[in-house]
Ligand binder design. Structure first.
Ligand SMILES: Nc1nc2c(ncn2[C@@H]2O[C@H](COP(=O)(O)OP(=O)(O)OP(=O)(O)O)[C@@H](O)[C@H]2O)c(=O)[nH]1
Ligand SMILES: [Mg+2]
Length: 338
């Protein structure tokens, strides 16, 4: 056997041994967890994961499901998740809890979007009550202005619903950190000049998470054993929070827009400026979006009201179109309607 294939076999054997050790540790930990959670009835918890792209939301979702999950290899590709996902009925036997986890893509909290899309999406997915909302920040990318601004935007959007009572920050990618490093990270975040003003939105504190490191897995490094113990403890303390007696944060249905159709007698200037405002990167054009949606379902009426069904409104919500192109499309649509 060549030296190369011999070392590949060695790595495979070593990895299998590490895997067996991890399984054994997991079984011991789960036994203790089970003894501490002896409730008879299964409980159900809904979790919302938010954060910038690559902040570790999907990885956290996998780790909550199974702490033995190995992180995917980091890549330089810019492919990002664009749709909300929902994992339902994840049963964790040791805690007798069933989790439903919704993950939102970054663009839903980005500055040129209307955050009411989140309300629509949760309503579409049929999950509107969340016990915990985790805003993920990756240790690798660090605290950055964009992440903090998105956090602020999200917290402001749901301030009326008191999201702060359910909101926590998770610093992901911390599987190899020890106590001292975690304390330092926490202090760095708390003392960050941009973070300080938004920390008041965080009633559920700062937590950590991690996943078995891909490169260590590939090389079958024994460091994986320590990583696993750390990951299990992070996950356990997050799950303890999740199963605690916590009142849900409710994501309300989006408010319906008062006008459901456009009258020909309405001032065309104000109507046009209303419609053009849809293309502006500000936070409250969902009302008009709703008007369009509702108008589509109205029957043709006698007083010659215009119906959006005849001329479907162009998709101005896509981030792919430049703003001036959106304005042109919407103006043309308006002229056709008028
Ligand atoms: N080692 C390790 N890698 C992580 C961790 N969290 C995320 N990663 C890696 O970081 C990259 C991005 O993680 P994802 O979980 O896909 O991030 P995301 O927030 O779901 O990204 P989008 O879905 O595009 O918004 C992947 O390569 C992950 O394997 C972690 O806790 N530990
Ligand atoms: Mg993801």
């Amino acid at each position: 056997m060549s030296t190369i294939s011999q070392s590949a076999v060695d790595i495979q054997t070593k990895r299998a041994e590490i895997q067996a050790d991890i399984k054994q540790i997991l079984a011991e930990f789960e036994e203790v967890t089970q003894q501490n959670h002896d409730q008879q009835h299964s409980i159900s918890r809904n979790i919302l994961l938010v954060g910038l792209s690559k902040s570790g939301k999907t990885t956290l979702r996998h780790v909550l499901t199974d702490p033995q999950y190995v992180a995917e290899e980091l890549s330089l590709q810019t492919i990002v998740q664009t749709v909300a996902t929902c994992d339902r009925n994840i049963h964790l036997a040791s805690m007798n809890v069933t989790l439903n986890i919704v993950e939102l893509p970054e663009h839903m909290i980005s500055e040129n979007r209307n955050l009411t899309e989140i309300n629509l999406e949760c309503s579409r997915l049929g999950i509107q009550d969340f016990h915990i909302v985790c805003f993920c920040i990756s240790f690798d990318t660090g605290i950055n202005t964009r992440a903090l601004q998105s956090f602020q935007r999200f917290a402001n959007h749901f301030s009326e619903q008191q999201v702060k009572q359910n909101l926590c920050i998770i610093i992901t990618g911390c599987e190899s950190k020890d106590d001292t490093q975690r304390d330092r990270l926490r202090q760095e975040l708390i003392n960050d000049i941009e973070f300080r003003p938004i920390s008041r939105h965080l009633a559920r504190g700062i937590h950590f998470s991690g996943a078995l490191n891909h490169d260590d897995w590939k090389r079958a490094n024994t460091a994986l054993i320590d990583q696993f113990e750390t990951i299990y403890n992070y996950r356990k303390s997050l799950l303890d929070l999740i199963v605690s007696d916590i009142e849900c944060f409710h994501v309300p249905e989006p408010e319906p827009h008062p006008s459901t159709s456009f009258s020909k007698n309405a001032s065309s200037n104000s109507l046009q400026s209303d419609i053009l405002s849809l293309t502006q990167p500000k936070s409250s054009h969902i009302g008009q979006f709703d008007a369009h949606r509702t108008a589509s379902s109205q029957p043709h009426s006698q007083n010659q009201q215009l119906e959006a069904t005849t001329y479907p409104m162009p998709d101005v919500y896509t981030t792919l179109l430049p703003k001036d192109r959106k304005c042109k499309l919407i103006s043309r649509w308006f002229r056709r309607c008028a």
